[in-house]
Design a protein around this ligand. Sequence first.
Ligand code: ADP
Ligand code: MG
Length: 306
Amino acid sequence: MTDAAIAIRNLCKTYQGGKRALDGVSFDVPQGTIFGLLGPNGAGKSTLINILAGLVNKTSGSASIWGFDIDAHPRNAKAAIGIVNQEILFDPFFTPIETLEIQAGLYGVSKAQRRSMELLRAVHLEDKANAYARTLSGGMKRRLMVAKAMVHSPPVLVLDEPTAGVDIELRQQLWAYVRELNAGGVTVVLTTHYLEEAEQLCDQIAIINHGTVVANEPTRQLLSRAQEKVVEVTVERDVTTLPEASCFQKIALKGDRTLAITYSKDQVNAGQVLAAVQAAGFAIADVSTREADLEDVFLSLTRSAA
Ligand code: ADP
Ligand code: MG
């Protein structure tokens, strides 16, 4: 038993037809965090979430939610988690308040313990309580799904691409609500392919690509990788062999004469990098530098696993 909100061990999923969507995924979601599961489209994020939700059967491996193994204690595991799926799914003929009441009924929440109106208020849908769900905008439906996922007050809330099709203002409201829930003790997992979103909200970020985890670190630490700097050096003759130096973290050729060199700002400066290029026998024609950002870190991590 770990004190992780979610513990995933060596999870594999091969769909019928042979697509291997998850290939040995392991990680813990620490209690009380906002945890980001990041990855490009097709990485396996929804597959993982749908396994936790009991909507997809895993091929092998294990997962537990709030200490309950999804195979051994499926009911307890299910009660501990609220999931907002990527696809918007509910009956268009029910009103938001009915939708929440029905969901509460499905989860066996007694009438006295229901808080449907409070949830609608939290997601700014109070005035739509009695409107048909089909008359709601995309953003409203998304917020209704969040309220629906919270009817049984689970300690863990999972949001799969919650901001797809949600405009910026509503996105901010949604994040405000997520932060409020988290401040109240709810562990939140969100999947997204927007880095910026994860960067702003998440305490910890796991990056998944082609069904494997390529990074899993506190956001701060991941960002510190973005302290890397890239200097582009154009030299005065064609490069046939890449120069090597201990101060280069990475070197790549761009065109015939331009070297993109990655180095760590806290260890060397651009002058030392340029000196190393010259020492390798290249005369320098031009130089430009730029900061690496999280986007670069993400791209290099997802590329290297391809
Ligand atoms: P993400 O949510 O990260 O975009 P998914 O988990 O939806 O990724 O998909 C991972 C991979 O599994 C993709 O290649 C996708 O095409 C495939 N996949 C997803 N669902 C199914 C399915 N029901 N049957 C076969 N392949 C699937
Ligand atoms: Mg998905």
